[in-house]
Design a protein around this ligand. Structure first.
Ligand code: CDP
Length: 231
C-alpha cells in the first residue's frame, strides 16, 4: 500500500504526540517528535552556559550548532524512540519544566530551525512518517497528504501536562504549568520564523471534550481515507 506523510501540529500539550504515536504504531509508520529536537538543543544550551534566566547568548548558540548531534534510537522493550544528544539519552530530562521554560526562545532562532528542519525532512524522505510539532504542515512537509491541527483550551492543556509531570515525580504547581503554556503559545505564534499556525489545508480538531480513544479513531479514519485516496 502506498505510504503518505502525516503532519500533526498544534498548541502545547494538546495530545499531539500521543495521537501521533498511536497512529504511527497502528499504520506501521515511523513517529518523529520534532519538539524533542528543540528540547534537546535547549538542554545543550542550558548545560553550556548559553541560556539561563538572566541571559541568552544567541551568537554562542549559533556557533555551537555544529557541535550538537541529535539522533532518535529505539531499543527492544521501549515503547517509543528516545532522543540522544551527542550520544546521551536525554529523553527523560528534556521533559522537565525548566527545559519547557527555555525551549520557545531557543526555537525562535532561525539557524536552529534551519538545522532541525533539514534533519526532519531527511527523516521523512521515504514517507510513511507521522511527525508532530508546530511547523510540520506549514514548513517541514508542506505537501503532506494529511495535516491535522490540534487545539484545546489552555486550562485543559495545563491540567493534562500537570498530571503528566506529577506522575513522573516532578515537583510543580498547576499555576506555573499554565503560565508556561500561555507563554509558549504566545512566543510560538508570534515568532517571525515559522510561527505556529494552521496550514490552509489542515483539519482542525479541538479535543477539549474528547477522550483519547475517540480522538484516535477520528484521526485514524482520516489517515485511512487519505491512504486509500478516498478524500
Ligand atoms: O509537548 P509540548 O506540546 O509541550 O511541546 P513540544 O512539542 O515538546 O515542543 C516544545 C517547543 O518546541 C514548542 O513550544 C516550540 O517552541 C518548539 N517547537 C517548534 O518550534 N517547532 C516544532 N516543530 C516543534 C517544537
Amino acid at each position: 500500500m502506498h505510504k503518505i506523510t502525516i503532519a500533526i501540529d498544534g498548541y502545547s500539550s494538546t495530545g499531539k504526540s500521543t495521537v501521533a504515536k498511536q497512529l504511527a504504531d497502528s499504520l506501521g509508520y515511523v513517529y518523529v517528535d520534532s519538539g524533542a529536537m528543540y528540547r534537546a538543543v535547549t538542554l545543550y544550551a542550558m548545560q553550556n552556559g548559553i541560556i539561563s534566566k538572566k541571559h541568552f547568548d544567541t551568537e554562542k548558540l549559533k556557533e555551537s550548532l555544529s557541535s550538537i548531534h541529535l539522533k532518535f534510537k529505539k531499543e527492544a522493550g521501549w515503547n517509543k524512540a528516545h532522543i540522544f544528544l551527542n550520544g546521551t539519552d536525554v529523553e527523560n530530562e528534556i521533559r522537565n519544566l525548566e527545559v519547557s521554560e527555555f525551549v520557545s526562545p531557543i526555537a525562535t532562532v532561525p539557524e536552529v530551525r534551519t538545522k532541525l528542519v533539514a534533519q526532519q525532512q531527511q527523516m521523512g524522505q521515504e514517507k510513511g512518517v507521522v511527525m508532530d510539532g508546530r511547523d510540520i504542515g506549514t514548513v517541514v512537509f508542506p505537501n503532506a497528504e494529511l495535516k491535522i491541527f490540534m487545539n484545546a483550551s489552555a486550562p485543559e492543556r495545563a491540567q493534562r501536562r500537570y498530571k503528566e509531570l506529577l506522575e513522573r515525580g516532578d515537583v510543580v504547581t498547576f499555576d506555573e504549568i499554565l503560565k508556561n503554556i500561555k507563554e509558549r503559545d504566545h512566543i510560538d505564534t508570534t515568532r517571525e520564523d515559522s510561527p505556529l499556525r494552521k496550514a490552509a489545508d489542515a483539519i482542525e480538531i479541538d479535543n477539549s471534550e474528547m477522550n483519547l480513544e475517540d480522538q484516535f479513531h477520528v484521526v485514524l479514519q482520516l489517515a485511512k481515507d487519505r491512504i486509500a485516496g478516498r478524500v
